[in-house]
Design a protein. Structure first.
Length: 283
């Protein structure tokens, strides 16, 4: 299928990063968010990221304007009617994803592809609320989307070969490397990453070391660009907890139990960078 117009549903850090990447690759993008102000913050985030490239002399002001002109904002999901592809980047909750996919299924053309950027939830279950499970697929980008080369591509039980092929070649057109993984909780990325982050939180919880020390060990000892707690703040403590819950429930294995301290931070609203405080404090 020839994909030209893309709706990104959800204008948070992942949605705005996906919209930026698609616009930079020449696609017409509609960035939708139920909350008009969130859509405004999303486009402001994109403008800021592109301005950094202009300041570094990598992009011209004209190119910046061209990219921004490719993106329109909407807070009305009906505007997704003309999209060839919708990429959903809503919060990591099955009820939210299902209600969005149910609505999109009623709005979008029969041949449109509905993709989800879920980081851990079942593609098969999300697809089950639509009348087109063969046109539903997982397309999991990494944060920050414009920088990270990976896209995990996940078929649901009914996803067609044609849709899989279209999405794999779209990922390449976006300058990413697609890697196919199976539809199991957390796929590969978060099945491996989140238990490491959770274990780092346990190390703080049990008084083994302070957050700074845990992060230093992993950065200096393992060459990670960010320590696991810095990364948890970057991803969002609420998202990390939601993913651990999905692993814990999905596998029924106690090795995935979320650290009580992770729960406490989420309950306190200490969600990391986005709330100004997590394991670290942000200006
Ligand atoms: N948007 C666009 N570009 C960004 C950016 C953003 N939000 N943040 C950084 N960049 C760009 C910078 O402009 C810079 O570009 P140039 O090299 O071309 O100048 C480049 O990235 C490097 O940035 P910095 O020099 O400012 O900082 P850095 O070298 O410390 O790198 C980082 C920043 C790329 C974020 C790096 O720290 C890193 O790779 N961290 C780990 C990120 C990671 O693990 N992501 C996966 C998270 S898990 C996930 O996303 C899956 C999930 O489901 C939870």
């Amino acid at each position: 299928m020839d994909i030209r117009t893309i709706t990104v549903a959800g204008a948070g850090q992942m949605g705005s990063g996906i919209a930026q990447t698609a616009a930079e690759s020449g696609f017409d993008v509609m960035l939708y968010d139920l909350d008009r102000q969130a859509a405004g913050r999303g486009i402001a985030r994109i403008g800021k990221a592109i301005s950094r490239s202009v300041d570094k002399g990598r992009l011209t002001e004209e190119r910046k304007a061209d990219i921004l002109n490719k993106i329109t904002l909407s807070s009305d999901l009906e505007d997704a009617r003309g999209a060839d592809l919708v990429i959903e980047a809503a919060p990591e909750r099955m009820d939210i994803k299902k209600s969005l996919f149910r609505a999109l299924d009623g709005i979008c053309r029969q041949d449109a592809i509905l993709a989800t950027n879920t980081s851990s939830l079942s593609i098969t279950e999300i697809a089950s609320v639509t009348g087109r499970p063969e046109r539903v697929i997982g397309m999991h980008f990494m944060n920050p989307v414009p920088v990270m080369p990976l896209v995990e591509i996940i078929r649901g039980m009914a996803t067609s070969d044609e849709v899989f092929g279209s999405i794999r070649s779209l990922a390449q057109t976006l300058g990413k490397t697609p890697v196919e993984v199976r539809d199991f909780p957390g796929f590969v990325s978060n099945r491996v990453l989140m238990p490491m982050i959770n274990e780092a939180v346990f190390a703080v919880y049990e008084g083994v070391a302070a957050p700074e020390a845990v992060d230093q060990v992993m950065k200096l000892g393992m060459n990670h660009p960010m320590g696991p707690l810095e990364l948890a703040d970057f991803i969002g403590i609420d998202t990390c907890l939601a993913i651990m819950e999905t692993l814990y429930e999905g596998f029924g294995d106690s090795k995935y139990r979320p650290c009580p301290l992770l729960r406490k931070y989420a309950a306190a609203g200490w969600l990391g960078r986005k709330s100004g405080r997590g394991f670290y404090i942000y200006e």
